[in-house]
Write a protein that binds this ligand. Structure first.
Ligand code: GTP
Ligand code: MG
Length: 416
């Protein structure tokens, strides 16, 4: 249903919280970049005249150009990252394949995944992979090929192979979710190295446990280490292979309760990463194998297989997990990825405003000064004008007197 709704354009996936926030913050930083560039251009223009801005301030703003540019680059690459851990053969690769609705990662009995595998969306039409420390693209057509490519290399288990899968084949990859698959936690002494290399920027961790046994010390140990390095990591616990319970229905409720209690205790009491109420939303009983089979059959990729008793309930529980997971990862990623950048954006905008304001105030001060100078000048002119008026009036009077005097004298002389 989700897939149909999304392809019809009614996208109500919780992942959209992140997708929309990412678009918004990218747009805002686009505007900040324009704003910074305009300010720099403007400051260069006025720097030449009037000495309104100091060279120091111009330099300070110029530094913002590079800063904003690199923030924009980081933002455009930001994604949500989920990492899967658990013992060998618990079904980590199968869970990822079920979520991606395709057999992308090799899975099978025995120790299958022997290095870190990161699946991410790509705009390229065909899938390809790159190995650690190289940009060389190796084409992969099938899971068999991928497994082969991984086997023939002598890869160290901490190494990372990136699998680029076409975004248009999977909605989760389109929405910027990156999946990290790992080798079993029981096959390595290098847990600390794993955490430092691959876990520090993960938004969500999924512990894939085996519902047929119980949480193992190695699995617990790993998450103890993770929660020491990260404050309150988001951890989901999947009790996989729950289809096995169908063979023993009389113990189903009892076993479920036992696993549930232990998992809650582990998250709440041992790790202290969430409350008991939150823990209820973090623990699921599923069968990755069944979900993958059903989804592949739905898409007509494989023939449908006979369903085991209780399949529908397990399928719903898997969908419930996916929804809670999407909500959790998008909210957490918005916070961890964007909070700092939005603070930085605010800081830059404030700095720009302060500087522009100081330019404005300086310009006002200069204007006042010039007006004052002009006023003094006009006062002087006015005075001179008045003097002139007075002088001319006096002159006129004198001349008139003179003329009258002359006239009188002339007429007097004439009569005489
Ligand atoms: P490694 O990569 O070796 O660490 O194992 P993994 O945890 O990735 O397990 P993988 O997905 O390879 O699964 C191991 C085997 O278990 C495969 O044969 C799967 O088909 C099978 N399997 C996975 N999930 C389930 C499940 O829910 N039910 C059942 N019955 N089998 C499952
Ligand atoms: Mg695997």
């Amino acid at each position: 249903v989700t897939a149909v709704l999304r392809t019809n354009g009614i996208d109500n996936s919780p992942l959209q919280i992140f997708v929309k926030a990412k678009k918004k913050i990218n747009d805002i930083f686009g505007e900040i970049e324009d704003y910074v560039n305009d300010t720099v251009e403007y400051m260069h223009e006025i720097e030449k005249e009037d000495h309104i801005v100091s060279a120091e301030k111009v330099k300070q703003i110029e530094e913002f150009v590079d800063k904003v540019h690199s923030i924009r680059e980081v933002l455009s690459r930001d994604h949500m990252k989920v990492a899967f851990f658990g013992r060998t053969s618990n079904g980590k690769s199968s869970v990822i394949n079920a979520m991606l609705r395709d057999k992308i990662l090799p899975s099978g009995i025995g120790h299958t995944t022997n290095c870190f595998l990161q699946v991410e969306g790509s705009t390229s039409e065909d899938p390809y992979l790159t190995k650690e420390g190289s940009n060389e693209r190796c084409a992969v057509e099938s899971v068999g090929q991928l497994a082969h490519a991984l086997c023939k290399e002598k890869l160290s288990e901490s190494e990372m192979v990136r699998v680029f899968w076409p975004k248009n084949r999977c909605l989760l990859l389109r929405d910027d979710v990156v999946f990290v698959d790992s080798p079993g936690v029981d096959v390595t002494p290098n847990l600390d190295e794993w955490i430092d290399k691959h876990c520090l920027d993960a938004d969500v961790f999924v512990l894939v446990a085996n519902a047929e046994s119980t949480l193992m010390v190695t699995e617990k140990n790993f998450f103890h280490k993770v929660s020491k390095k990260l404050s309150k990591p988001n951890i989901f616990i999947l009790n996989n292979r729950w289809d096995a319970s169908a063979t023993e229905p009389e113990f189903l409720d009892q076993v479920r309760r036992q696993h549930q209690e232990r998992a809650v205790d582990f998250l709440v009491k041992e790790l202290g990463v969430c409350s008991s109420k939150e823990a209820e939303e973090r623990i699921f009983f599923i069968s990755a194998k069944e979900v993958l089979q059903a989804r592949m059959a739905e898409q007509g990729q494989t023939a449908s297989t006979p369903l085991t008793e209780g399949f529908q309930t397990r399928y719903f529980e898997f969908q419930d997990f996916e929804r809670k997971f999407e909500e959790c990862i998008s909210k957490s990623a918005v916070k961890t990825k964007f909070e700092q950048h939005s603070q930085r954006g605010k800081f830059i905008a404030n700095e720009l405003r302060d500087i522009l304001e100081s330019i404005y105030n300086e310009a006002l001060r200069l204007r006042e000064e010039k007006l004052k100078q002009r006023k003094e000048l006009t006062d002087k002119i006015n005075y001179t004008e008045q003097q002139l008026v007075i002088i001319t009036q006096e002159m006129k009077k004198k001349i008139r007197n003179m003329v009258e005097d002359v006239e009188q004298r002339v007429s007097k002389a004439l009569t005489e």
